[in-house]
Every structure is written in structure tokens, then in C-alpha cells.
Write a protein that binds this ligand. Sequence first.
Ligand code: SF4
Length: 76
Amino acid sequence: TYVVTDNCINCKYTDCVEVCPVDCFYEGENTLVIHPDECIDCGVCEPECPADAIRPDTEPGMEDWVEMNRKYSELW
Ligand code: SF4
């Protein structure tokens, strides 16, 4: 799955939302978030983010962001 990370804070461009084929972006506290169970791992959103905030969860050090994305996307 892909996750939204710190570069999204107070940014919230919505280019990613527009390209996601499964509409799995949700509004977080001060970022957008990706619902980890809905993301199909297509990767389309990553290059679309003008802030370079979307990363694959397989990168090192992503644990906190994975948790944050899950926490806020499950509020909807
Ligand atoms: Fe949506 Fe694909 Fe990005 Fe997952 S990787 S959030 S399915 S555009």
C-alpha cells in the first residue's frame, strides 16, 4: 500500500485524489490519508503529488505513517 507522509502537512493538493482509481483518499487531521485496506497499490498517485508526499509503505521508517494513514482513514 502507499502512504501519505509529512510533506502533505497543511498542503492538501488534491491531484492524487483525482487520479486514484479506487477513491481511497480521505481527509486526515492536517494531511490527506490513504486507506490501507482500500489502496490497490497501483502507484498512480505517487508521481502526481506536487509535494512528493506519497511513498510506498515498504520504504524504511514508514511505520508511523502507516499507522497515521490507517487511523484517520478509518474515521470515515
Ligand atoms: Fe489510489 Fe493507487 Fe495511490 Fe493506492 S497507489 S492510493 S490505489 S492511486
